[in-house]
Design a protein around this ligand. Sequence first.
Ligand code: NAD
Ligand code: WQD
Length: 343
Amino acid sequence: MSRILVTGGTGYIGSHTTVELMQQGYDVTIVDNLSNSSIDVLDGIEAIVGKKPDFANIDCGNHVDLDNVFKQYPDIVGVIHFAASKAVGESVEKPLLYYRNNLGSLITLLEVMKVHQVQNLVFSSSCTVYGQPDAAHLPVDETAPIQKALSPYGNTKQINEEIICDEAHTDKDLHATILRYFNPIGAHPSAQIGELPNGVPQNLLPFITQTAAGMRPELKVFGNDYNTPDGSCIRDYIYVVDLAKAHVKAIDRMLHAKKRDQVEVFNLGTGTGLSVLTLIHEFEAATGVKIPYTIVGRREGDIEQVWAAPKKANEVLGWKADTPIREVLASAWNWEKKIRNIK
Ligand code: NAD
Ligand code: WQD
């Protein structure tokens, strides 16, 4: 049996990925400092797969603690590194916190992996590295130019990618898969795990589900004067369970492919862009719940439109995000209802 270390594994994407890994027969050890997640997530995972993953409550930037985890689990064959701070607005307010956490944890992880000769790393990156692609690069494939980051958070993703490439350049044993996610949404169909945003959600779908639950009086749509068919911004919303499955494919490939590049990059999206207004209407159609909304001004720093060309991931990983959007939106609503005790 192969063991995967999942950093940030009690978080939103990490918990869904842990479920998929365990269901495919991998042993999982999670390390998480619970800075943005709850220990109860382990119960949710157990309810789905029938077993808790191993767990260590440590900070990924703590060399000694991380080293001890690798000592305790000599069967670790690969690492999926989710642990990071991810709130764009907060990163503008507290850039040092973001640089320390997101850079420090990756650097520590790479140092400790090297000591223990663990040579396979999957890294959580983001479509934010592409900024606003020009028309010639829409949909965005992996060759589109990286643009200057719009926030310290986005910059940490770019620098993290560079750190991985620089280290792989000198350490030929290190293999890495960089996954650039588009907009992950939804929850596990069991409603045992899902997204748990802190405070007022900044992301669109959690705001929609909290509005549906009556926690917010209305959704504010940030702008309807963009150069898009209905004037609202366009994103590629990818179901978190589909996204989680891509990580299993990436790990499988790292462990078993006969031939692969030392560092590989994949865009993970559906290949379809949806506008904000379309997403609201699809949510209403999927759930039968009306979302009150008003159009307000643009949000500073927003990208007008971006969606993925997932061809490389489809062909090389043998993976496709194909869950219908209404099913995805219904899963998000079922999760919100469960955590708010709505019948
Ligand atoms: P999340 O906040 O739900 O999960 C991250 C987890 O990491 C949390 O459980 C948190 O407690 C933990 N963590 C943070 N710093 C840590 C540290 N130093 N040591 C140990 N644990 C630590 O976020 P998520 O949405 O699941 O995102 C996972 C990864 O995917 C992040 O790297 C994020 O930047 C990236 N990503 C997320 C999105 C998105 O929209 N959710 C999009 C693109 C990329
Ligand atoms: C989606 C659309 C908003 C809230 C962010 C990060 C990015 C990545 C994913 C990690 C936009 C609109 C939103 C609301 C709205 N994360 N909106 N009213 O902006 O694509 O990206 O999350 O890497 O780095 O920046 O996602 O969910 O915030 O917004 O109208 O109350 O919904 O303007 O067009 P975004 P989002």
